[in-house]
Design a protein around this ligand. Sequence first.
Ligand code: GUN
Length: 295
Amino acid sequence: MTKIINGKEMAQNLRNSLKKEIAELKNKFNAVPGLAVVQVGDVAASSVYVKAKTRNAKEVGIEVIDHHLNDSITESELLNLINKLNNQKNVNGILVQLPLPKHINEQNILDSINPEKDADGFHPLNVGKLSIASKNDESLLIPCTPYGCLLMLKEVGVELSGKNAVVVGRSNIVGKPMAQLLIKESCTVTIAHSKTKNLTEVCKKADILVAAVGKAEMINGDCIKNGAIVIDVGINRIKKQVNGEIKNKLVGDVNYIQAEKIASAITPVPGGVGPMTIACLLRNTTIAFKNSNNN
Ligand code: GUN
């Protein structure tokens, strides 16, 4: 029987334990973690994510400092806001929802965030720390999606050490940090991408397959080794014919129907990686609060 890794339930459990921890921190420090949520413009997907992040943060007792800005804002105006948040006492974590409008250089913005308040773990200093720190370092701010994927892999309960792991996708947000986390778990890691030759064969060698390509159902059954663990990071909105009717559907980067018959464990879309990403953002905000209080 294939195990369906329930991200929704895992995320709820993580939020429950964060809620308890934040209540204890409030007693101890007479303060709660604060998360500044910065959204520029009105990209529909970003609005959905920001709304969910805000709701989940409030649920666990994190104070949300909301900044929704017009997409005509200039890069220097946004840098000024980040600078203000960097120095604002009740802000422990800063999240700038990506993508930003084309006239703003994303890396300049990410570089300007105080690394100690980097709730996404995207600042170059934290990227570097992830590659050199020990895997038991609880103070690290690790990118949320890959960390959520790692927790889901661990939930399966199989030994990760020595396994062949293939990460499809080489983004700074998911693919590269995912590879770092798997290296820490002593996996043998391959990063595949759009220029990889014989992608099907490369994927087929994976005991652990992480799909983060952003292409709907691109990873089909032929790419999957018997008994592999499949983590699907993709969230793609497509139109699909269901009973003669065209419907909007959310699908991953993996062809779930095919993969589920071959894998030993798989994450669904929706209800897989998505909720875990948000829960890990709340975890990072709590870690940043504890780090700032030397806890
Ligand atoms: N856009 C898509 N994923 C993410 C994420 O994890 N963090 C931020 N800030 N923006 C995103």
